[in-house]
Design a binder for this molecule. Sequence first.
Ligand SMILES: Nc1nc(=O)c2c([nH]1)NC[C@@H]1CN(c3ccc(C(=O)N[C@@H](CCC(=O)O)C(=O)O)cc3)CN21
Ligand SMILES: O=c1ccn([C@H]2C[C@H](O)[C@@H](COP(=O)(O)O)O2)c(=O)[nH]1
Length: 276
Amino acid sequence: MSKADKLFVNMCRDILHDGFSSEGQIVRARWEDGTPAHTIKKFGIVNRYDLQEEFPALTLRPTAIKSAVDEMLWIWQKKSNNIKDLNSHIWDEWADEDGSIGKAYGYQLGVKYKFPHGEMDQVDNVLWQLKNTPYSRRIMTNIYKFDDLMEMGLEPCAYSMTFNVTGNRLNGILNQRSQDILAANNWNVVQYSVLIHMMAQVSGLKPGELVHVISDAHIYDRHVDIISEMIERPQYPAPKFILNPEVKNFYDFTTDDIRVEDYQKNPQIKNIPIAV
Ligand SMILES: Nc1nc(=O)c2c([nH]1)NC[C@@H]1CN(c3ccc(C(=O)N[C@@H](CCC(=O)O)C(=O)O)cc3)CN21
Ligand SMILES: O=c1ccn([C@H]2C[C@H](O)[C@@H](COP(=O)(O)O)O2)c(=O)[nH]1
């Protein structure tokens, strides 16, 4: 059975039974009809996924793996902040009339900085270090740029990756300040698992562990019944994940280079409301 499912179920039970409700507090997020989007939350959840053991896609409901990877590549490879470069519509509500989400995500990863080994952006710095100084303890990215927060459509939620090589394994810690458990938990886990697979492959390493550190892990009020039903569903073994072994340059990967086989899963839950 998928370990990712077990982890998800335990995390949701913990939030639902032992979490803190925001009812009575003033909250920022709203439902489409203007109602405040309240949550039940737990602070400081840490989930570990061993990518050698399985590909951590949920089987409780299908994760749109290709769409998730498309968004990850939009940020990490295209370094774009414009929804015109994205194949899904998940960011539409946060974009301006030109399609821009402001100085967030991909924009920040494209900003160049001076390093001892030259002037380059944060992604190229990670790639350079994984090739040249793989055992460095300084291989990280951070897009929570205070100078630019005022010009972002939404402040970055998944804001920092720390890469660390142990033996020939590439591990990563994803730091996330805020997580919508139903809409995006497995979405983000799958994205950063694939990122580790890709970074490892182009650096001559094997994928190791993804450690997901979530500060505010919340279930929105309109998601409680959906989650309660979802966590009682049957669980299946995790699917197989295959990355095209021919690709040796991170910038050459496309969503066609990923293949997911034997993805046994429960039916999709349609029209999940998203708090804006
Ligand atoms: N409240 C909230 N939750 C989020 O997860 C979220 C935001 N806001 N704001 C910005 C981005 C947009 N994200 C989103 C938005 C929608 C889906 C969504 O509708 N997912 C569908 C599948 C979409 C597809 O197939 O392309 C799902 O069933 O999970 C996922 C992530 C993640 N982020
Ligand atoms: O990759 C993402 C992007 C966004 N989210 C969620 C987390 C929150 O529910 C909202 C953002 O609202 P804030 O008030 O700015 O925290 O979006 C996510 O889970 N994953």
